[in-house]
Design a protein around this ligand. Sequence first.
Ligand code: FES
Length: 196
Amino acid sequence: MYVAVGPGVHYVARPKDMTEGSKHMSRQGEAEWDRLSRTTRRTFCTNVMLTSAGLLLAAPNLSKAVAAQESEVAYPPRRIEGAETLLPGGSLYFNYPSRNDPAVLLRSSDGEYKAYSRRCSHAGCSVDFDPSSRCLKCPCHRGTFDARMGYVMFGPPRRPLDQIVLQMRAGGQLWAVGKNFGREGEVITESSIGGD
Ligand code: FES
C-alpha cells in the first residue's frame, strides 16, 4: 500500500508476499521488489531528506503507530565527545552503549541531532554514512537507511536502525542515554516507483 507523505515521497507497506516469513514470494511481488531496489539511491535519499519534515505532519496515524511500537531502553549515559563542534550536515562516529557498539551522530542542515546504531538490522554489518546522498549504507548487501528516521529504504533489512536516545545538557554537551528499538515492516520509497 502506498500513502503520499510529501512531494515525491510515499510511505510504503511491504507487501505481504515479500515478508521474511513468506515461503512463497509471488513472481509479481519479487519483480516489484527488484524494481524498488533498482531506483537511483542518491536521488531518492536526497528527496527524503528534503521532504521528511512533512512526513509525520502528513501522516499523523503513522506517527502514532511508530510511538506505540517503539521500545526505549536506558543505558548508562555517555557524553559524545566532539558533538558540540559538529557542523550542520556533518557526522561523527562514536560507540554506544559499549565500546563494541558502533554508532553514528548526524546533524541535519537545520541543526537537529540524530544518532543511530551502525549495526545493520539485516545481519549486523556496520553501516556507513554517505554525505553525498545523506543515507546510511550497508556494505554487505546494499541495505540503505534514511538518515532522518533510520527507516529502511532499500535492500534486505526488515526493520529500521536502532536509534540512540540523546540528551542535551548544560554547556551544549550532548549525551547518549539509551536506545530506541525500531519496529518491523516499513520501508519508504519514491513515488515514481510506486506502482500507481
Ligand atoms: S548486513 Fe546490511 S544489508 Fe545485509
